[in-house]
Ligand binder design. Structure first.
Ligand code: MG
Length: 157
């Protein structure tokens, strides 16, 4: 048995000097406006995993109106999400993630992000793919107003 899931997340940039992406800190001209640590990669990945197993979405399980999730470490959200996935008898096959942002350049940080995610999901880092691209100056992302992520996962039983 296999199932597929997809997730999308986006956050607006605000003043700051780093982003938290894929569980690591990346130096940047901005921070992100967010209730949690604003890790768009892990949020999109959580939604993809939840979607694959029919467990709704990250906001359903961890509402941003709940003060206990203020400034929460998204690695702990992903850990809790994956526990729910495994409790239903599923495990990750692979994840393919695309980050869209004009800045910062993410290429040097991608191996560390894949490694961090693989540690959380107890898999091989080769099963985690992260691609980074710009929006070619188009729209809000192209004007450096924020960052967006699309994630697709395969889960296997
Ligand atoms: Mg988010």
């Amino acid at each position: 048995m296999i199932r597929v899931g997809q997730g999308i997340d986006s956050h607006a940039f605000c003043s700051g000097d780093h982003l938290v992406l894929g569980g690591i800190e990346v130096p940047a001209k901005f921070g992100v406006r967010a209730h949690s640590d604003g890790d768009v990669i892990l949020h999109a990945l959580c939604d993809a995993l939840l979607g694959a197993v029919g467990l709704r979405d990250i906001g359903f399980h961890f509402p941003d109106t709940d003060p206990c999730y203020r400034q929460v470490d998204s690695k702990s959200l992903l850990t809790m999400v994956y526990q729910k996935v495994m409790a239903l008898g599923w495990k990750l096959g692979n994840a393919d993630i695309t980050v869209i942002a004009e800045t910062p350049k993410l290429s040097p940080y991608i191996p560390a992000m894949c490694q961090r995610i693989a540690e959380i999901l107890n898999c091989n880092s080769a099963d985690i793919s992260i691609k980074a691209k710009t929006a070619e100056k188009l729209g809000a992302l192209g004007r450096e107003e924020g960052i967006a992520v699309h994630a697709v996962v395969l889960v296997v039983q």
